[in-house]
Structures are given as C-alpha cells and as structure tokens.
Design a protein around this ligand. Structure first.
Ligand code: PGA
Length: 258
C-alpha cells in the first residue's frame, strides 16, 4: 500500500487525476472505475482540463461506476448517472456505449446486478478503480457489516449514510433507502485501487482503514488485502494517523510510542 499525504483537497485531486491520466496514456483502452460524491469532483475537474488542454483521450475507455440509488431515474438530479454525466462524461470524449452505471430503475435489480458483474468480467476487469470513503468507513454502498467477499448487489443504506447524503436532497426522507453497489469482492478484483479522502471528518475512518484490523464493520479496511493500492489523503484526513505510512512501511511517528 502506498500512502501519500498531501496538503489539501486540490493537491489530492491533482495527484489522483495524474494517476488516472497515466493509466489512460499507458493503456488507451483501459477500464476505469469511477466514483461519485464530493471527494472525486476535483479529480474530474482536472481530468476535464487534461482532456481540453493536453488531449487526454477517453475515446477508447470502458467506464464502470460503483453504485446507484434504487428508484432514481438517470435524469434525476441526484442520481449518480446525472452526477457522472454532469461532472465528467459530458465534458470529455468518452463513448457513451462504453459507460456502465448501475441502473436504479432496473425492473429486476437482482438480475441487473448479475449482468453488471458479467459486463465487468467481459471488459477484462477494472484496471484502476477510484474510491472515496464514507465517514462510517463504507466503500461504495458497502456499509458496515457488508461481507468482504460481497458482489454487485442490492443493499440497504445505513441511517448515517442517509443523513450524510441528505445534504443533496430536500430532506432525509427523500434519500433512497436502498442502492445497487459493486461488492467489496468485486472492488478488490480491480487491478489497482486509488482511495482518496479529504478533511478531518474522514480522519477516524482513514485511521481505522489504514491502521486497524480488517473487519466487516470497517468495509474500507478490506483494501489492506489488495496488492496494489494507492491512498491519497490530505492533511485533515491524515490527522488521526499514528504511524508514518510512507511507501507502505509503517513507522511510528509518535515519540512516546513503544
Ligand atoms: P463524499 O462521500 O465523497 O461525498 O464524502 C464519499 C462516500 O460516501 O463514499
């Protein structure tokens, strides 16, 4: 695990965008896993700039998103379809036929989940997966208690997550209570994971993810099991860490630690 602690949100965003751009330049037909939420907005801003100013080419990519609310149409302004098109896809030369986002209005969501897994397999698997982290340690909509081997499925949101996401809706009653999410097992099959976090509100979850045990009550801790993880966090998100994680070698930075 390679952990980089950077100054602030913008530095985190530039660093993660640079990793995505390197992946695209190395393999123009790469499969990229995208994430939603406040965390990756800056990454998408920089990827759009790289496309516009540096010719970063999205035309051969295949794109998979982590999750989507059940019951929201793709046109709903709080759907993750809408988020991805507004924040990234409309502004780059991605092929719409190669964009996969879970369908919150699927007639048969269970069947849709199996189909989504098959599409990931058929694409050759995700080369680079961007990830945010919930304040409760969730990864995509894999909430505390989610099996570490879980696959793409229908899942219930915890009240913590509903409350956290209520800021985007008129009220918490309007936040859907269920979602389709890639499973933790699905995510761990990506060839490279890039986990980002910004701000002190993520500090405890980051500490538990990087320094705690791997456990179902802290879904993001599952990344410890992956051989190729890049963690990019700003000083706020790193503020509860007790160890120096430089280059994956944990060394105590507390002078009083034994
Ligand atoms: P945020 O959400 O980026 O809006 O903080 C991340 C998450 O819940 O996974």
């Amino acid at each position: 695990m390679l952990t980089e602690i950077v100054e602030d949100y913008d530095a985190m965003s530039i660093r993660a965008a640079t990793l995505v751009a390197q992946q695209i330049n190395e393999k123009p037909d790469a499969v990229i896993g995208f994430a939603t939420g406040s965390t990756p907005v800056g990454v998408y801003h920089h990827l759009i700039r790289m496309h516009r100013d540096e010719g970063l080419d999205f035309s051969k990519l295949t794109c998979f998103n982590l999750d989507e609310y059940i019951g929201l149409t793709p046109q709903h302004t709080q759907s993750y379809h809408h988020f991805m098109w507004q924040n990234l896809f409309l502004h780059v030369n991605v092929d719409p036929r190669s964009v996969f986002i879970p369908m919150g209005m699927a007639n048969d969501p269970e069947k849709f989940c199996d189909w989504y897994e098959q599409q990931i397999q058929a694409s050759g698997g995700v080369d680079l997966q961007l990830l945010g982290i919930g304040g409760n340690g969730h990864l995509a909509f894999n909430e505390p208690g989610a099996s570490l081997g879980s696959r793409t499925r229908v899942t219930a949101l915890t009240q913590d997550t509903i409350d956290a996401n209520a800021r985007f809706f008129e009220s918490s009653q309007e936040v859907p209570a269920t979602a389709i999410t890639m499973g933790i097992g699905t995510i761990l099959e990506s060839k490279c994971l890039v986990l980002m976090a910004s701000g002190e509100k993520k500090a405890q979850a980051i500490k538990a993810t990087l320094e705690g045990p791997v456990m179902v009550m802290m879904p993001a801790s599952a990344i410890q099991l992956h051989a190729n993880v890049h963690v990019i966090i700003d000083k706020g998100a790193a503020s509860a860490l007790e160890y120096d994680h430089h280059d994956g070698i944990a060394e105590s930075i507390r002078t009083d630690a034994s």
